[in-house]
Write a protein that binds this ligand. Sequence first.
Ligand code: KG4
Ligand code: ZN
Length: 341
Amino acid sequence: MPDIKILAIETSCDETSAAVVVNGRKVLSNVISSQIKTHMLFGGVVPEIASRQHIQAIDVVIQQALEEAKTKKEDLDAIAVTYGPGLVGALLVGLSEAKALSLALNKPLVPVHHIRGHIAANYIQDPSWEPPFICLIVSGGHTHLVHIKDYDDFEILGRTRDDAAGEAFDKVARVLGIPYPGGPGIDKLSLEGDPEAIEFPRAYLEEGSYDFSFSGLKSAVLNYINKAKMKNEPINNADIAASFQKAVTDILTERAERACKQTGIKKLALAGGVSANKHLRAQIEAMCKRENITFSVPDIILCTDNAAMIGSAAYYEYLKGNIADMSVNAYPSLGLEESMF
Ligand code: KG4
Ligand code: ZN
């Protein structure tokens, strides 16, 4: 079969990214223009500003992705783009650009689910990685434990009932005075703290459930800080960060381990921005070693939002003939099990 070369575009949140990916596995370029510095000034992503910055960056980012990949537009086999979930205005910038390219170049348009993209980062990381496997997806907007039965067959075992893991990191970071996005800051500060210093609650929910809940943990951290302030007691931010991070990691590790054992699928992958967390990566890897589970985690640059992962997921959509026409819209709250095909 001839090689399939896809130009992928990702603009669902605060990174404008374009990549050229061959056969879903080989990344020729992965250009990421981050807006974090701008949103940092506001303590979080401002949707209207995100859309405007995507508009300013997108043409340059695509041009650079094609140049780095030494690829002419005419030599592409398809144009792929994230169509949901995400910020609607931000998604529409990428989608409009992809539609224009598809129409002008007469190339098929492949709409890609953002979370399926995060999962596919593992296909780039390890070219021999294939379904079936269990995937723990932890990002700013999502926390899912999924049985990936095939490239397009997903069974959701558990999901968060309130905050996503990344959201909890960002909210706790904010009260600790760490700038947005808080995850990397907590990761760094934790290195100086004692993870056993404070016993924050771990919500295991009803027996057998694979669901997550992080709002109780988040409130416990806020209460701890408020109480200490009221009593004029010293607050050790590094200990709070490390103890909070350990609580999140323990919950995620327990669910992932149980899912692998109960399904009998001894293959686990991490995905999403929070999987960039050093403590989480190390603890899950250690659990996998102990339990004889084969483990995959993408490089940090492939964990947070990027277009290469979209180009990988797009390849498998393309093989299935999942091509859209110009009427395709952006879907801000598209569920993982939902698809337009
Ligand atoms: O996947 P992602 O880039 O965007 C979404 O699709 O949501 O995830 C962003 C989230 C943010 O909440 C950010 O704080 C978190 O990932 N994050 C981290 C780390 N790096 C990014 N959380 C914990 N530790 C990190 N090192
Ligand atoms: Zn993401």
